[in-house]
Design a protein around this ligand. Structure first.
Ligand SMILES: CC(=O)N[C@H]1[C@@H](OP(=O)(O)OP(=O)(O)OC[C@H]2O[C@@H](n3ccc(=O)[nH]c3=O)[C@H](O)[C@@H]2O)O[C@H](CO)[C@@H](O)[C@@H]1O[C@H](C)C(=O)N[C@@H](C)C(=O)N[C@H](CCC(=O)O)C(=O)O
Ligand SMILES: Nc1ncnc2c1ncn2[C@@H]1O[C@H](COP(=O)(O)OP(=O)(O)OP(=O)(O)O)[C@@H](O)[C@H]1O
Ligand SMILES: N[C@H](CCC[C@H](N)C(=O)O)C(=O)O
Ligand SMILES: [Mg+2]
Length: 485
């Protein structure tokens, strides 16, 4: 494609060189550059892409999109200067792939917790309603039955547009995607045409990246600020920042709630280990998902589907058949009927919700044993909070490792231990090795007890110093239950 066509709709500060040159690929990584590449220099968290412009040119880049021009310009290279190279790259990627987001109905889901659940339920629902669909999510990307592994919750703008292009080529009418706060700030979704946006909730997470909660709110709100007037914006008004999200959007505003006045109102009638009974739009429906937090997810899905002009009765009929994504309140039951629950709760709010749900399901003298850790190189502020919540809402807590990444597991555990009140210390054990921690939980559990293994959900690896080794909480629980027999 001609460089001039790739630059369509991007506001340019300066252009040096020809723009009627053929571009074969766009990349922001000098290690991926080939002949005929447009290299985009993006400032990052570890390094600055501007430092790799020379390397990219040596590797064959014929054009460079950047925020700061190099001191020495090569004659045969075209340099384009813009204010924000990441955001411009999003628009360029859209142009390069024929703006696929305009050719299908794209709905984005943002919020601290519930994005994967809502996006996946929408994907499954719309397939049941007879449409070809695509999914972009933490667990996996999917085009109908074809599974494409995911590396991020929201991929970079080039991968994203390539994926949307493929989804359009393969006939998808609807695509449901997660919009992470990182993706808004880093311009991964820039230039995309959304037909709808959904907000789930906002609580503490990712402050390592956003620094303050206000900045985190601003990032999520940025998604709604950029929605077009043709889109719908659906928010959870039971969240204290639900209305704030839609404050400046041009999109058509809608709300859902379990507690306040809203366009889509629901009521939880019953909640057990097998499902959830709710009243939505005066209809009583039994769902296969568990916990009040899933009542919110179901309402968001219902509201979005109505706004996408599906028949309410059909929506509820199909929705009632759906199961949660893997690793979300996934149950592993031992032969002695001990209930094991694997859940992706990796924020204080998620952990609190899941434990409150579990406590609400207690019928007799069951004890709740929680195994939990916190990821390395992520928000340190959530560590003591998660440990404190685990202690508050469990009888026994085993603190262990999640994905330590490049931190020492013992240091992460010390941060967690700081959140345990002296009065609750007796409830806590610290076992660095996650496999041992799960085995200890099983050894401690009686037939009536409930074991929660939180934080890794669907993940099938443990990331230690950049090396990902196979590890699956569900497998570990099964093995531990088996060994106990
Ligand atoms: C903190 C963060 O978001 N980092 C993302 C970011 O990397 P970065 O800013 O650290 O990049 P960098 O290493 O500083 O490099 C800067 C630039 O120089 C370029 N470079 C670098 C080296 C080189 O030799 N040549 C070169 O050109 C890089 O390609 C990059 O463009 O941009 C990269 C490319 O898009 C991402 O892969 C990377 O995600 C890392 C792996 C990551 O772990 N991200 C997590 C935190 C994340 O994004 N999570 C969210 C939300 C999760 C959720 O709540 O669900 C997600 O959407 O997944
Ligand atoms: N609506 C909700 N409100 C609060 N907690 C929720 C909600 N939905 C799910 N959770 C909790 O959060 C966990 C993660 O859910 P889910 O994967 O849907 O969230 P996510 O926003 O996609 O997370 P991530 O940021 O990792 O992509 C679940 O395992 C559950 O414990
Ligand atoms: N999307 C989240 C997932 C956290 C999952 C947890 N298992 C961890 O590794 O910290 C993140 O990247 O912060
Ligand atoms: Mg997710």
């Amino acid at each position: 494609m001609l460089l001039s066509d790739i630059l369509y709709n991007i506001s340019l500060i300066t252009v040096s060189g020809k723009t009627d040159i053929e571009i074969e690929q766009i990349t922001f990584d000098s290690r991926q550059v080939n002949k005929g590449t447009l290299f985009v220099a993006v400032p990052g968290t570890q390094s600055d892409g501007h430092d790799y412009i020379e390397t990219a040119i040596d590797a064959g880049a014929s054009a460079v999109l950047c925020e700061v021009l190099p001191k020495m310009l090569e004659e045969e290279v075209t340099y384009i200067q813009v204010e924000n190279s990441a955001k411009s790259m999003g628009i360029a990627a859209g142009n390069f792939y024929g703006n696929p987001s305009k050719r299908l109905t794209l709905v984005g889901v943002t919020g601290t917790n519930g994005k994967t659940s809502v996006a996946t339920l929408l994907f499954k629902l719309f397939r049941k309603l007879g449409y070809k669909c695509g999914l972009i999510s933490t667990v996996q990307n999917q085009i109908e039955d074809e599974i494409i592994p995911a590396t991020h919750t929201t991929p970079d703008s080039i991968t994203l547009n390539a994926l949307l292009h493929e989804m359009h080529q393969k006939g998808c009418a609807f695509v449901f995607m997660e919009v992470s706060s990182h993706s808004v700030v880093q311009g991964r979704i820039s230039g995309l045409h959304f037909s709808g946006g959904i907000f789930t909730n906002i609580t503490q997470d990712h402050l390592d990246f956003h620094k303050t909660f206000d900045e985190y709110i601003k990032a999520k709100k940025g998604f709604f600020d950029a929605l077009p007037s043709t889109a719908f914006a659906l928010t959870n008004v039971d969240d204290r920042n639900g209305k704030v999200m839609l404050q400046n959007t041009k999109a058509e505003k809608h709300s859902y709630s379990l507690k306040n006045i809203a366009d889509f109102k629901g009521k939880v009638l019953d909640c057990g280990l097998f499902g959830l009974q709710m009243e939505i739009d005066k209809q009583e429906v039994w769902f296969k998902l568990i916990g009040q937090f899933n009542a919110y997810n179901l309402l968001a899905v219902y509201g979005a589907a109505v706004l996408l002009e599906e028949n309410p009765e059909n929506i509820l009929t199909e929705l009632s058949q759906l199961t949660p994504p893997p690793g979300r309140f996934e149950q592993v039951i031992s032969s002695q009927q001990t209930v094991g629950i694997v859940d992706y709760a990796h924020t204080p709010d998620a952990l609190k919700n899941v434990l409150e749900t579990i406590n609400g399901l207690r019928q007799g003298h069951e004890r709740v044993i929680t195994v939990v850790g916190c990821g390395g190189n992520r928000d340190k502020g959530k560590r003591p909070l998660m440990a404190g919540i685990a202690c508050e809402l469990s009888d026994t807590v085993i603190l262990t490792s999640d994905n330590p990444r490049f931190e020492e597991p013992e240091d992460i555990l010390k941060d967690m231990e700081a959140g345990i009140p002296i009065t609750k210390q007796k409830r806590v054990q610290v076992i660095v090795d996650r496999r041992e921690a799960i085995r200890q939980a099983v050894a401690l559990a009686g037939p009536e007890d409930i074991i929660l293994v939180a934080g890794k959900g669907h993940e099938t690896y443990q990331d230690v110093k950049g090396v990902k080794s196979h590890f699956d909480d569900r497998e570990e629980l099964k093995l531990a239950f088996h060994a106990q027999q």
